[in-house]
Design a protein around this ligand. Structure first.
Ligand code: KIV
Length: 293
């Protein structure tokens, strides 16, 4: 039987120790095997198999339609890359809201698919879900601020915590998730000063996406940071590559070569010996009287 090499992902104590002490925590989303391999080779600390797969790879208009079966399939593809990065499986909308029991059962599915931990959006009743999942022995990452699964309730994909009242609520929710046992917290689209205030108030690391440089780490979505998504982007997106143009350039070159006959070239074809070819042609002639000599 084949023995798999032991996988040694970053541990939770290692992540906890990165709080405030620098270096900052680096997280990216990835949704498939080659991306997870590349992220791991690039030395990222955490890979989030985000429900943003919904709009980035599955073609939905938002994260909301992503199903548990889809999340499990994507998580298992990432896990098979056996990355050194800790894998965070994102809990899709509808997979944890109904009850603690549902939340634990679906978190278990992501762990069995290869995630090391799970992430869920929200506080209040969702803090109870986080507590239940942690109680089942599964590490949980919280997610507050702009939580795309409840964007309609939040008034759209808008920055949050921009009033004293909502910033105070964000801080209270963050403390609630910390008390529920979350090992870290994503803060999405909140003013930088509020990102810093929440980070300083918590003992667990915060990972910001549009929450300013004061967070303990940063996350960006794969398709945004690599320039695969090319339209207008949220303010916090920085593009580090232009993969969309590169893919288009490669595909156009392939199409042009196929159409002109430049591909496949001599170096791309398999050869057969003269002797075997002669024998083959003789067989053809024998089987078909019309074949030319
Ligand atoms: O699904 C996702 O990509 C996320 C990030 C925005 C943190 O939740």
């Amino acid at each position: 039987m084949t023995q798999l090499r032991a996988r040694e992902p970053l541990t939770l104590p290692e992540i906890a120790a990165m709080k405030g002490a620098g270096p900052k925590i680096v997280m990216v989303t990835a949704y498939d095997h080659p991306s997870a391999r590349l992220a791991s080779e690039a030395g990222v600390d955490l890979i989030l198999v985000g429900d943003s797969a919904g709009n980035n790879v599955l073609g939905y208009e938002s994260t909301v339609p992503e199903t548990m079966d889809e999340a499990v399939m994507l998580t298992s593809a990432v896990a098979r890359a056996r990355p050194r990065a800790l894998i965070v499986g994102d809990m899709p909308f509808g997979s944890f809201q109904a009850s603690d029991a549902d939340a634990v059962a679906n978190a278990v599915r992501l762990i069995k698919a290869g995630a090391d931990s799970v992430k869920l959006e929200g506080a209040g009743p969702m803090a109870s879900r986080a507590r239940a999942i942690v109680g089942a022995g599964i590490p949980v990452m919280g997610h507050l601020g702009l939580t795309p699964q409840s964007a309609t309730k939040l008034g759209g994909m808008k920055a949050q915590g921009r009033t004293a009242r909502s910033a105070s609520q964000l801080l209270a929710d963050s403390r609630e998730l910390e008390a529920a046992g979350c090992f870290s917290l994503v803060l999405e689209s909140v003013p930088a000063r509020i990102g810093t205030a929440v980070t300083e108030a918590l003992t667990i690391p915060t990972i910001g996406i549009g929450a300013g440089p004061g967070c303990d780490g940063q996350v960006l979505v794969w398709h945004d940071l690599l320039g695969i998504n090319e339209g207008p982007a949220p303010r916090f997106v920085k593009r580090y590559a232009d993969i969309g143009s590169e893919i288009r350039r490669g595909l156009q070159a392939f199409a042009a070569d196929v159409r002109s006959g430049a591909y496949p070239g001599e170096e791309h074809v398999y050869k057969i010996s003269r002797e075997e070819l002669d024998a083959f042609e003789a067989e053809l002639r024998a089987g078909d009287g019309s074949a030319k000599a």
